[in-house]
Design a protein around this ligand. Structure first.
Ligand code: FUL
Length: 494
Protein backbone atom coordinates (compact mmCIF):
# COMPACT_ATOMS: atom_id res chain seq x y z
CA UNK A 1 0.00 0.00 0.00
CA UNK A 2 1.49 3.38 -0.96
CA UNK A 3 1.46 5.46 2.21
CA UNK A 4 1.59 8.73 0.25
CA UNK A 5 -1.62 8.04 -1.60
CA UNK A 6 -4.02 10.01 0.66
CA UNK A 7 -1.69 13.02 0.46
CA UNK A 8 -1.58 12.89 -3.33
CA UNK A 9 -5.34 12.61 -3.37
CA UNK A 10 -5.70 15.59 -1.03
CA UNK A 11 -3.47 17.78 -3.15
CA UNK A 12 -5.29 16.75 -6.34
CA UNK A 13 -8.56 17.61 -4.63
CA UNK A 14 -7.32 21.00 -3.42
CA UNK A 15 -5.91 21.76 -6.88
CA UNK A 16 -9.35 20.94 -8.28
CA UNK A 17 -11.04 23.17 -5.70
CA UNK A 18 -8.58 25.95 -6.47
CA UNK A 19 -9.34 25.76 -10.18
CA UNK A 20 -13.09 25.91 -9.40
CA UNK A 21 -12.62 29.00 -7.25
CA UNK A 22 -10.49 30.89 -9.75
CA UNK A 23 -7.12 30.16 -8.14
CA UNK A 24 -8.04 31.65 -4.78
CA UNK A 25 -6.62 29.52 -1.97
CA UNK A 26 -9.42 28.04 0.10
CA UNK A 27 -10.54 30.15 3.04
CA UNK A 28 -11.34 28.60 6.38
CA UNK A 29 -12.61 29.96 9.68
CA UNK A 30 -11.12 29.26 13.07
CA UNK A 31 -8.63 26.61 12.00
CA UNK A 32 -5.44 28.66 12.39
CA UNK A 33 -4.04 29.57 15.81
CA UNK A 34 -3.51 33.26 16.60
CA UNK A 35 -0.04 34.80 16.37
CA UNK A 36 2.12 34.25 19.44
CA UNK A 37 2.43 37.40 21.56
CA UNK A 38 5.49 39.58 21.07
CA UNK A 39 6.68 40.07 24.65
CA UNK A 40 6.29 42.07 26.81
CA UNK A 41 2.52 42.56 26.72
CA UNK A 42 0.34 44.87 28.87
CA UNK A 43 -1.32 43.58 32.05
CA UNK A 44 -5.13 43.60 32.23
CA UNK A 45 -4.98 46.79 34.32
CA UNK A 46 -2.62 48.47 31.84
CA UNK A 47 -4.88 47.47 28.97
CA UNK A 48 -7.88 49.04 30.73
CA UNK A 49 -5.77 52.15 31.33
CA UNK A 50 -4.87 52.43 27.62
CA UNK A 51 -8.56 52.27 26.81
CA UNK A 52 -9.31 55.19 29.16
CA UNK A 53 -7.31 57.45 26.79
CA UNK A 54 -7.93 60.74 28.63
CA UNK A 55 -7.79 61.42 32.38
CA UNK A 56 -7.88 64.66 34.36
CA UNK A 57 -5.38 65.87 36.92
CA UNK A 58 -6.55 68.17 39.72
CA UNK A 59 -3.95 70.34 41.46
CA UNK A 60 -5.38 72.01 44.53
CA UNK A 61 -3.74 73.00 47.84
CA UNK A 62 -2.55 76.07 49.77
CA UNK A 63 -0.79 77.16 46.55
CA UNK A 64 -4.22 77.98 45.15
CA UNK A 65 -4.43 80.65 47.87
CA UNK A 66 -0.81 81.84 48.00
CA UNK A 67 -0.28 82.03 44.24
CA UNK A 68 2.72 79.71 44.39
CA UNK A 69 3.54 76.62 42.37
CA UNK A 70 5.69 74.97 45.03
CA UNK A 71 4.58 75.84 48.57
CA UNK A 72 7.47 76.12 51.01
CA UNK A 73 5.68 74.09 53.66
CA UNK A 74 5.26 76.94 56.17
CA UNK A 75 1.79 78.04 55.01
CA UNK A 76 -0.76 78.48 57.74
CA UNK A 77 -3.76 76.17 57.22
CA UNK A 78 -5.88 79.26 57.96
CA UNK A 79 -5.36 80.51 54.40
CA UNK A 80 -7.08 77.47 52.91
CA UNK A 81 -10.73 78.44 52.51
CA UNK A 82 -12.55 77.55 49.28
CA UNK A 83 -15.98 79.00 50.01
CA UNK A 84 -17.94 77.42 47.13
CA UNK A 85 -16.14 74.12 46.70
CA UNK A 86 -18.27 71.70 44.70
CA UNK A 87 -16.68 68.37 43.80
CA UNK A 88 -19.74 67.53 41.70
CA UNK A 89 -19.04 70.59 39.54
CA UNK A 90 -15.45 69.37 39.07
CA UNK A 91 -16.31 65.80 38.20
CA UNK A 92 -19.38 66.54 36.07
CA UNK A 93 -17.38 69.11 34.07
CA UNK A 94 -14.61 66.56 33.56
CA UNK A 95 -17.05 63.82 32.64
CA UNK A 96 -18.70 66.01 30.00
CA UNK A 97 -15.26 66.69 28.58
CA UNK A 98 -14.85 62.94 28.11
CA UNK A 99 -12.32 62.11 30.83
CA UNK A 100 -12.53 58.61 32.24
CA UNK A 101 -10.52 59.13 35.44
CA UNK A 102 -9.45 61.86 37.88
CA UNK A 103 -6.18 62.09 39.79
CA UNK A 104 -6.19 64.45 42.80
CA UNK A 105 -3.19 66.01 44.55
CA UNK A 106 -4.06 64.76 48.03
CA UNK A 107 -0.74 66.22 49.18
CA UNK A 108 1.60 68.38 47.09
CA UNK A 109 5.21 69.30 47.95
CA UNK A 110 4.04 71.77 50.67
CA UNK A 111 2.81 68.79 52.68
CA UNK A 112 -0.69 70.19 53.27
CA UNK A 113 -3.20 67.32 53.17
CA UNK A 114 -6.70 67.53 51.69
CA UNK A 115 -8.10 64.89 54.04
CA UNK A 116 -8.18 64.88 57.85
CA UNK A 117 -5.14 62.65 58.29
CA UNK A 118 -4.43 61.74 61.88
CA UNK A 119 -0.69 61.89 61.22
CA UNK A 120 -0.23 65.63 60.61
CA UNK A 121 -1.54 69.02 61.65
CA UNK A 122 -0.62 70.57 58.29
CA UNK A 123 -4.08 69.74 57.16
CA UNK A 124 -7.51 70.70 55.99
CA UNK A 125 -8.69 69.80 59.52
CA UNK A 126 -7.02 72.96 60.82
CA UNK A 127 -8.39 75.20 58.06
CA UNK A 128 -11.52 77.38 58.05
CA UNK A 129 -12.93 75.23 55.23
CA UNK A 130 -16.11 73.66 56.70
CA UNK A 131 -14.74 74.65 60.11
CA UNK A 132 -12.11 71.97 59.84
CA UNK A 133 -14.66 69.27 59.06
CA UNK A 134 -14.04 69.06 55.34
CA UNK A 135 -12.57 66.12 53.44
CA UNK A 136 -11.82 66.90 49.80
CA UNK A 137 -10.32 63.48 49.07
CA UNK A 138 -13.62 61.91 50.11
CA UNK A 139 -15.68 64.50 48.25
CA UNK A 140 -13.81 63.85 44.98
CA UNK A 141 -13.68 60.10 45.39
CA UNK A 142 -17.45 60.02 46.08
CA UNK A 143 -18.21 62.32 43.15
CA UNK A 144 -16.15 60.04 40.88
CA UNK A 145 -18.28 57.08 41.99
CA UNK A 146 -21.47 59.03 41.30
CA UNK A 147 -20.35 60.02 37.80
CA UNK A 148 -18.70 56.73 36.88
CA UNK A 149 -15.11 58.00 36.71
CA UNK A 150 -12.13 56.20 38.17
CA UNK A 151 -10.32 57.88 41.07
CA UNK A 152 -6.56 58.21 41.34
CA UNK A 153 -4.24 59.86 43.86
CA UNK A 154 -1.11 61.96 43.86
CA UNK A 155 0.77 61.97 47.17
CA UNK A 156 4.01 63.92 46.89
CA UNK A 157 6.98 61.97 48.25
CA UNK A 158 8.87 65.25 48.72
CA UNK A 159 7.40 67.03 51.76
CA UNK A 160 8.65 70.52 52.59
CA UNK A 161 6.63 70.75 55.78
CA UNK A 162 7.82 67.67 57.69
CA UNK A 163 10.63 68.14 60.16
CA UNK A 164 11.74 64.54 59.61
CA UNK A 165 11.90 64.64 55.83
CA UNK A 166 15.14 62.83 55.01
CA UNK A 167 14.89 60.54 58.07
CA UNK A 168 13.56 56.95 58.11
CA UNK A 169 10.59 58.08 60.25
CA UNK A 170 9.27 60.17 57.35
CA UNK A 171 8.93 57.01 55.26
CA UNK A 172 6.75 55.52 58.00
CA UNK A 173 4.69 58.73 57.96
CA UNK A 174 4.33 58.56 54.17
CA UNK A 175 3.25 54.91 54.33
CA UNK A 176 0.76 55.65 57.11
CA UNK A 177 -0.85 58.24 54.84
CA UNK A 178 -1.03 55.75 52.00
CA UNK A 179 -2.74 53.36 54.40
CA UNK A 180 -5.34 56.00 55.24
CA UNK A 181 -5.97 56.77 51.60
CA UNK A 182 -6.18 53.19 50.37
CA UNK A 183 -8.32 52.13 53.32
CA UNK A 184 -10.83 54.97 53.17
CA UNK A 185 -11.02 56.33 49.64
CA UNK A 186 -10.52 53.44 47.23
CA UNK A 187 -10.62 51.79 44.87
CA UNK A 188 -7.77 53.74 43.32
CA UNK A 189 -6.87 53.12 39.70
CA UNK A 190 -3.59 55.04 39.53
CA UNK A 191 -1.08 56.18 42.12
CA UNK A 192 1.15 59.04 41.07
CA UNK A 193 4.63 59.22 42.58
CA UNK A 194 6.16 62.55 41.63
CA UNK A 195 9.92 62.50 41.24
CA UNK A 196 10.38 66.25 41.96
CA UNK A 197 12.66 67.32 44.80
CA UNK A 198 13.94 70.87 44.82
CA UNK A 199 15.98 70.49 48.04
CA UNK A 200 15.02 73.45 50.18
CA UNK A 201 11.99 73.70 52.42
CA UNK A 202 10.56 74.70 55.77
CA UNK A 203 11.04 71.22 57.27
CA UNK A 204 9.37 71.99 60.58
CA UNK A 205 11.29 75.27 60.94
CA UNK A 206 14.75 74.04 59.96
CA UNK A 207 14.50 76.04 56.71
CA UNK A 208 17.34 74.32 54.95
CA UNK A 209 18.30 72.35 51.89
CA UNK A 210 17.85 68.59 52.16
CA UNK A 211 19.03 66.13 49.58
CA UNK A 212 18.01 62.51 49.64
CA UNK A 213 19.26 59.60 47.59
CA UNK A 214 16.29 59.08 45.33
CA UNK A 215 17.22 55.56 44.38
CA UNK A 216 17.35 54.29 47.99
CA UNK A 217 15.65 56.70 50.43
CA UNK A 218 12.01 55.90 49.70
CA UNK A 219 12.48 52.11 49.45
CA UNK A 220 9.73 51.97 46.85
CA UNK A 221 9.48 48.17 46.55
CA UNK A 222 8.31 47.91 50.19
CA UNK A 223 5.82 50.78 49.77
CA UNK A 224 4.42 49.36 46.55
CA UNK A 225 3.96 45.93 48.06
CA UNK A 226 2.19 47.45 51.04
CA UNK A 227 -0.23 49.28 48.73
CA UNK A 228 -0.81 46.15 46.66
CA UNK A 229 -1.76 44.31 49.83
CA UNK A 230 -4.13 47.11 50.84
CA UNK A 231 -5.81 46.95 47.43
CA UNK A 232 -5.26 43.57 45.79
CA UNK A 233 -8.09 44.15 43.29
CA UNK A 234 -8.67 46.13 41.18
CA UNK A 235 -4.95 46.40 40.64
CA UNK A 236 -3.55 49.88 41.17
CA UNK A 237 -1.16 51.20 38.52
CA UNK A 238 1.94 52.97 39.79
CA UNK A 239 3.18 55.99 37.88
CA UNK A 240 6.65 57.42 38.33
CA UNK A 241 9.62 58.43 36.18
CA UNK A 242 10.62 54.80 36.49
CA UNK A 243 7.29 53.01 36.33
CA UNK A 244 6.78 50.20 37.30
CA UNK A 245 3.42 50.40 35.49
CA UNK A 246 3.33 53.79 33.79
CA UNK A 247 6.28 56.02 32.90
CA UNK A 248 6.58 59.78 32.69
CA UNK A 249 6.79 61.01 29.10
CA UNK A 250 9.81 63.23 29.89
CA UNK A 251 8.20 66.65 29.34
CA UNK A 252 5.20 68.66 30.53
CA UNK A 253 4.33 70.05 27.11
CA UNK A 254 1.72 67.50 26.09
CA UNK A 255 3.90 65.53 23.69
CA UNK A 256 4.76 61.88 23.42
CA UNK A 257 7.43 60.89 20.92
CA UNK A 258 6.32 60.44 17.33
CA UNK A 259 8.19 57.19 17.77
CA UNK A 260 6.60 55.77 20.90
CA UNK A 261 7.28 52.28 22.20
CA UNK A 262 5.30 51.14 25.24
CA UNK A 263 8.30 49.01 26.05
CA UNK A 264 11.39 50.09 27.97
CA UNK A 265 13.90 48.46 30.32
CA UNK A 266 13.85 49.43 33.99
CA UNK A 267 17.62 49.59 34.31
CA UNK A 268 17.65 52.54 31.91
CA UNK A 269 15.00 54.31 33.93
CA UNK A 270 15.65 54.35 37.66
CA UNK A 271 14.18 57.23 39.65
CA UNK A 272 16.04 60.48 39.42
CA UNK A 273 18.26 59.41 36.55
CA UNK A 274 19.14 62.55 34.62
CA UNK A 275 19.10 63.12 30.88
CA UNK A 276 16.61 60.45 29.93
CA UNK A 277 13.80 62.76 28.76
CA UNK A 278 14.13 61.68 25.12
CA UNK A 279 14.21 58.02 26.09
CA UNK A 280 11.07 58.46 28.20
CA UNK A 281 9.25 60.02 25.23
CA UNK A 282 10.17 57.26 22.79
CA UNK A 283 10.60 54.15 24.95
CA UNK A 284 12.79 51.45 23.44
CA UNK A 285 12.00 48.96 20.77
CA UNK A 286 13.78 46.20 22.67
CA UNK A 287 12.48 47.24 26.12
CA UNK A 288 12.04 44.34 28.52
CA UNK A 289 8.90 45.68 30.23
CA UNK A 290 5.57 47.15 29.20
CA UNK A 291 5.70 50.60 30.83
CA UNK A 292 3.68 53.00 28.65
CA UNK A 293 4.18 56.77 28.73
CA UNK A 294 1.59 59.09 30.24
CA UNK A 295 1.42 62.65 28.93
CA UNK A 296 0.84 65.07 31.82
CA UNK A 297 0.24 68.69 30.93
CA UNK A 298 -1.74 71.59 32.38
CA UNK A 299 -4.59 73.49 30.74
CA UNK A 300 -2.89 76.61 32.14
CA UNK A 301 0.77 77.68 32.29
CA UNK A 302 0.93 76.60 35.97
CA UNK A 303 -0.24 73.43 37.68
CA UNK A 304 -2.20 75.47 40.23
CA UNK A 305 -4.84 78.10 39.62
CA UNK A 306 -3.57 81.68 39.43
CA UNK A 307 -6.04 84.46 38.47
CA UNK A 308 -3.38 86.20 36.38
CA UNK A 309 -3.36 83.17 34.08
CA UNK A 310 -7.08 83.38 33.32
CA UNK A 311 -6.34 84.66 29.84
CA UNK A 312 -3.69 81.97 29.26
CA UNK A 313 -5.99 78.96 29.41
CA UNK A 314 -5.19 76.72 26.44
CA UNK A 315 -7.65 77.12 23.59
CA UNK A 316 -9.76 74.24 22.26
CA UNK A 317 -7.49 74.16 19.19
CA UNK A 318 -4.37 73.88 21.38
CA UNK A 319 -5.97 71.13 23.45
CA UNK A 320 -6.92 69.34 20.24
CA UNK A 321 -3.28 69.38 19.10
CA UNK A 322 -2.26 68.03 22.52
CA UNK A 323 -4.78 65.22 22.06
CA UNK A 324 -3.14 64.37 18.74
CA UNK A 325 0.38 64.39 20.21
CA UNK A 326 -0.63 62.27 23.20
CA UNK A 327 -3.55 59.91 22.56
CA UNK A 328 -2.79 60.19 18.85
CA UNK A 329 0.73 58.89 19.50
CA UNK A 330 -0.34 55.88 21.50
CA UNK A 331 -0.15 57.45 24.98
CA UNK A 332 -2.73 58.43 27.56
CA UNK A 333 -3.37 62.11 28.22
CA UNK A 334 -3.46 63.39 31.82
CA UNK A 335 -4.74 66.94 31.50
CA UNK A 336 -4.54 69.14 34.58
CA UNK A 337 -7.57 71.33 35.32
CA UNK A 338 -6.94 73.23 38.58
CA UNK A 339 -9.92 74.60 40.54
CA UNK A 340 -9.84 78.26 41.52
CA UNK A 341 -9.92 79.91 44.97
CA UNK A 342 -13.68 79.52 45.19
CA UNK A 343 -13.22 75.77 44.82
CA UNK A 344 -14.75 75.64 41.34
CA UNK A 345 -13.37 74.85 37.92
CA UNK A 346 -13.16 78.34 36.50
CA UNK A 347 -15.54 79.44 33.73
CA UNK A 348 -12.57 79.96 31.37
CA UNK A 349 -11.43 76.37 31.78
CA UNK A 350 -14.99 75.04 31.49
CA UNK A 351 -15.40 76.91 28.19
CA UNK A 352 -12.07 75.61 26.86
CA UNK A 353 -12.97 72.03 27.76
CA UNK A 354 -16.39 72.34 26.12
CA UNK A 355 -14.85 73.75 22.95
CA UNK A 356 -12.27 70.97 22.91
CA UNK A 357 -14.92 68.25 23.34
CA UNK A 358 -16.91 69.76 20.47
CA UNK A 359 -13.86 69.75 18.21
CA UNK A 360 -13.13 66.11 19.06
CA UNK A 361 -16.74 65.06 18.51
CA UNK A 362 -17.04 66.90 15.21
CA UNK A 363 -13.66 65.78 13.86
CA UNK A 364 -14.16 62.13 14.72
CA UNK A 365 -17.91 61.97 14.06
CA UNK A 366 -18.03 60.21 10.70
CA UNK A 367 -15.62 57.35 10.25
CA UNK A 368 -15.37 56.90 6.49
CA UNK A 369 -14.19 53.30 6.84
CA UNK A 370 -17.16 52.13 8.92
CA UNK A 371 -18.03 48.70 7.46
CA UNK A 372 -16.00 49.59 4.35
CA UNK A 373 -14.71 46.86 2.07
CA UNK A 374 -11.08 46.05 2.79
CA UNK A 375 -8.62 43.85 0.96
CA UNK A 376 -5.28 42.71 2.28
CA UNK A 377 -2.43 41.35 0.18
CA UNK A 378 -2.51 38.35 2.54
CA UNK A 379 -4.07 37.22 5.79
CA UNK A 380 -3.07 34.63 8.29
CA UNK A 381 -3.45 31.07 7.03
CA UNK A 382 -6.31 32.21 4.78
CA UNK A 383 -8.38 31.99 7.91
CA UNK A 384 -11.27 34.46 7.99
CA UNK A 385 -10.64 34.98 11.70
CA UNK A 386 -7.71 37.20 10.63
CA UNK A 387 -9.22 38.75 7.49
CA UNK A 388 -8.82 42.38 6.50
CA UNK A 389 -12.45 43.22 7.22
CA UNK A 390 -11.68 43.04 10.94
CA UNK A 391 -10.09 46.48 10.80
CA UNK A 392 -13.36 48.18 9.85
CA UNK A 393 -15.88 46.13 11.84
CA UNK A 394 -15.78 48.40 14.91
CA UNK A 395 -14.88 45.42 17.12
CA UNK A 396 -11.74 45.96 19.21
CA UNK A 397 -11.35 42.22 19.71
CA UNK A 398 -10.94 41.30 16.06
CA UNK A 399 -7.88 42.01 13.98
CA UNK A 400 -6.11 41.50 10.70
CA UNK A 401 -2.93 39.45 10.96
CA UNK A 402 -0.52 37.82 8.54
CA UNK A 403 1.40 34.55 8.59
CA UNK A 404 4.23 34.43 11.11
CA UNK A 405 7.01 34.95 8.58
CA UNK A 406 5.23 37.89 6.93
CA UNK A 407 6.25 41.13 8.64
CA UNK A 408 4.91 43.57 6.08
CA UNK A 409 1.67 43.86 4.20
CA UNK A 410 -0.98 46.18 2.91
CA UNK A 411 -4.64 46.93 3.46
CA UNK A 412 -6.66 48.57 0.72
CA UNK A 413 -9.80 50.30 1.91
CA UNK A 414 -12.60 51.29 -0.41
CA UNK A 415 -14.30 54.46 0.83
CA UNK A 416 -17.20 53.95 -1.58
CA UNK A 417 -16.91 57.39 -3.16
CA UNK A 418 -14.48 60.25 -3.45
CA UNK A 419 -14.28 62.07 -0.13
CA UNK A 420 -12.00 64.50 1.66
CA UNK A 421 -9.60 62.80 4.09
CA UNK A 422 -7.82 64.65 6.90
CA UNK A 423 -7.07 62.05 9.57
CA UNK A 424 -6.08 58.39 9.52
CA UNK A 425 -6.37 56.41 12.76
CA UNK A 426 -4.83 52.99 13.36
CA UNK A 427 -4.84 50.61 16.30
CA UNK A 428 -2.70 47.60 17.04
CA UNK A 429 -4.16 44.72 19.01
CA UNK A 430 -1.70 45.32 21.84
CA UNK A 431 -2.79 42.27 23.84
CA UNK A 432 -0.34 40.51 21.53
CA UNK A 433 2.36 43.16 22.04
CA UNK A 434 3.46 46.23 20.14
CA UNK A 435 4.83 45.22 16.77
CA UNK A 436 4.73 47.74 13.93
CA UNK A 437 8.01 49.59 13.33
CA UNK A 438 7.08 51.63 10.27
CA UNK A 439 4.16 52.19 7.94
CA UNK A 440 2.88 54.51 5.27
CA UNK A 441 -0.51 55.69 4.06
CA UNK A 442 -1.36 56.09 0.40
CA UNK A 443 -4.32 57.61 -1.41
CA UNK A 444 -5.61 56.65 -4.83
CA UNK A 445 -5.41 59.74 -7.01
CA UNK A 446 -5.12 60.29 -10.77
CA UNK A 447 -5.11 56.52 -11.31
CA UNK A 448 -2.18 55.82 -9.04
CA UNK A 449 -1.24 55.38 -5.39
CA UNK A 450 0.33 58.45 -3.84
CA UNK A 451 2.04 58.40 -0.43
CA UNK A 452 0.32 60.87 1.87
CA UNK A 453 1.98 60.01 5.20
CA UNK A 454 4.88 58.04 6.67
CA UNK A 455 5.17 57.09 10.31
CA UNK A 456 6.81 54.62 12.65
CA UNK A 457 5.02 53.15 15.68
CA UNK A 458 1.27 52.61 16.16
CA UNK A 459 0.67 51.04 19.59
CA UNK A 460 -2.74 51.31 21.22
CA UNK A 461 -3.75 54.16 18.91
CA UNK A 462 -2.10 56.32 16.27
CA UNK A 463 -3.78 59.29 14.66
CA UNK A 464 -2.12 60.94 11.67
CA UNK A 465 -3.25 64.44 10.83
CA UNK A 466 -2.49 64.88 7.14
CA UNK A 467 -0.38 67.94 6.45
CA UNK A 468 -2.14 68.24 3.15
CA UNK A 469 -5.66 66.79 3.33
CA UNK A 470 -6.56 64.77 0.23
CA UNK A 471 -9.65 63.84 -1.73
CA UNK A 472 -9.84 60.18 -2.65
CA UNK A 473 -12.03 57.07 -2.85
CA UNK A 474 -9.37 54.56 -1.74
CA UNK A 475 -6.81 54.47 1.05
CA UNK A 476 -3.98 51.97 1.35
CA UNK A 477 -2.10 51.26 4.57
CA UNK A 478 1.30 49.73 4.01
CA UNK A 479 2.93 48.12 7.01
CA UNK A 480 6.56 48.33 6.01
CA UNK A 481 8.26 46.67 8.93
CA UNK A 482 7.13 44.95 12.05
CA UNK A 483 8.74 42.94 14.86
CA UNK A 484 6.52 40.01 13.83
CA UNK A 485 3.28 39.51 11.93
CA UNK A 486 1.38 42.83 12.15
CA UNK A 487 -1.82 42.60 14.19
CA UNK A 488 -4.09 45.54 13.38
CA UNK A 489 -7.49 45.92 15.02
CA UNK A 490 -8.71 49.20 13.52
CA UNK A 491 -8.21 51.57 10.62
CA UNK A 492 -10.43 54.65 10.63
CA UNK A 493 -10.48 57.61 8.31
CA UNK A 494 -11.97 61.05 8.91
C1 FUL B 1 5.96 68.04 38.99
C2 FUL B 1 5.65 68.90 40.20
O1 FUL B 1 6.82 69.51 40.72
C3 FUL B 1 4.65 69.90 39.74
O2 FUL B 1 4.33 70.84 40.74
C4 FUL B 1 3.40 69.16 39.29
O3 FUL B 1 2.81 68.51 40.40
C5 FUL B 1 3.75 68.15 38.21
C6 FUL B 1 2.61 67.30 37.78
O4 FUL B 1 4.81 67.32 38.61
O5 FUL B 1 7.03 67.19 39.18
Amino acid sequence: MNKYKPLVFASVLSAFLLSCSGNVPSVTTGSVPPPAPVLPVPSEAQLAWHEMETNAFIHFTTNTFTGKEWGYGDESPSIFNPTQLDADQWVSTLKEAGFKGVILTCKHHDGFVLWPSKYTEHSIKNSPYKNGNGDIVKAVSDACKRYGLKFGVYLSPWDRNRSDYGQPSYITYYRNQLKEIFTNYGPIFEMWFDGANGGDGYYGGAKEVRQIDRSTYYDWPTTLNMVRELQPEPKVLFFSDAGPDIRWVGNEKGRAGELNWNTISSDTLYAGKAGIEDLLATGSEDGKKWIPAEVDVSIRPGWFYHPEEDDKVKTPAQLFQIYLTSVGRGSTLLLNVPPDKRGLINEKDVAALKGWRKMLDETFKTNLTKNAKVNADSFRGNDKTYAAGNVTDGDKNTYWATDDEVTSGSLEIDLGRVQPVKYVLLQEYIKLGQRVKSFSVEAWQDDEWKTIANAETIGYKRILQLENPVTTNKIRIKIESSKASPVISAVEVY
